[in-house]
Design a protein around this ligand. Structure first.
Ligand SMILES: C[S@@+](CC[C@H](N)C(=O)[O-])C[C@H]1O[C@@H](n2cnc3c(N)ncnc32)[C@H](O)[C@@H]1O
Length: 288
């Protein structure tokens, strides 16, 4: 059997089949595209058929090839972490824009770091673009999942940021001593689980991703509510928080934030497809 025949037989979209086969053959995708009549070994055929079966059973392509591109960086992923989504790249952009306007070092927290995509990208971009801010800032990724943190640590290492980014197992902010954050200029990225149980159940394409990364209680806002309460107790020198949400949560999450921060600037930001995707909270502590 040759490359063309195997790909045609697989019923996978052409690009996915090519990527998968190239990965199994340890060749670039161009090789698979150009060498369509190349005969394949039985071992490769067997491996490809098994991988194609999984893909058709909703395993993300990224899990099958072990990595995913995010913000032009390559992230290792496995079944313990959410596959980083393109819409989350905008969350990084919004933070970078805010960070570059600040005059002091910042304390970046990525809550629910998963693969580490957000915190690693932030550190990588700041190191490249504004090294003074990078040097003066700290970076911390938090997750309740130990296996997810192992993946995040690897991604920090691969990107030469092992020394700069710390990772901590924690239920939201629970394991960070509140005192240590009191005088800080906090910048928080939170892409916490925000789906409802119904949404998680009804979407086959996410059925292989960790439940722990998807569902956020009956209305999807359980973790954000908890986080807001924890943050209220900290009262840092300044706070910039961005939360990723689904469009229908824009109103409800804004109300939750208003209950906590009476004088903060709250903003809903739309993603590139015009859907309400992020809440930002910006607050300077005038009592400091
Ligand atoms: C939607 S995923 C986001 C992963 C990654 N930040 C990204 O954007 O690709 C949510 C992450 O939050 C973590 N998580 C769930 N509950 C948590 C909690 N109570 N405290 C900290 N992390 C939590 C999950 O393990 C998962 O890695």
């Amino acid at each position: 059997m040759n490359i063309r025949e195997l790909i045609q037989e697989s019923k996978l979209p052409q690009a996915e089949a090519e990527t998968l086969l190239a990965f199994l053959m340890a060749k670039p995708r161009e090789f698979v595209i150009v060498r369509q009549t190349e005969k394949l070994s039985l071992s490769i055929i067997k491996q490809f058929k098994e991988a194609a079966r999984k893909r058709l059973a909703n395993w993300p392509l990224a899990y099958l090839i072990g990595h995913k591109e995010f913000y032009s960086l390559d992230f290792k992923v496995n079944k313990n972490v959410l596959v980083p989504r393109p819409e989350t790249e905008m969350l990084v952009e919004v933070i970078l824009k805010y960070a570059k306007r600040q005059k002091t070092g910042l304390d970046f927290l990525d809550i629910g770091t998963g693969s580490g995509a957000i915190i690693v990208t932030l550190a990588h971009e700041l190191k490249k673009e504004t090294s003074a801010l990078f040097d003066a800032s700290s970076f911390l990724g938090l997750d309740i999942s130990k296996p997810a943190l192992a993946v995040a640590r690897q991604n920090a290492k691969v990107n030469n940021l092992k020394e700069k980014i710390a990772f901590l197992e924690s239920n939201l902010l629970q394991n960070i001593p509140t005192k240590s954050l009191k005088n800080s200029h906090l910048v928080i990225a939170a892409n916490l689980p925000y789906l409802t149980p119904k949404q998680t159940k009804e979407e086959p394409s996410i059925s292989r991703e960790p439940e722990l990364a998807l569902t956020g209680g009956p209305d999807g806002l359980k973790y954000y509510r908890q986080l807001f309460k924890q943050l209220k107790k900290i009262n840092p020198s300044s706070l910039f928080l961005i939360c990723e949400i689904n469009p229908e949560q824009a109103g409800p999450i804004k109300l939750e934030a208003q209950k906590i921060w009476l004088s903060a600037r709250l903003k809903i930001i739309k993603d590139l497809s015009g859907r309400k995707r992020f809440l930002t909270v910006e607050r300077i502590n005038i009592h400091q």
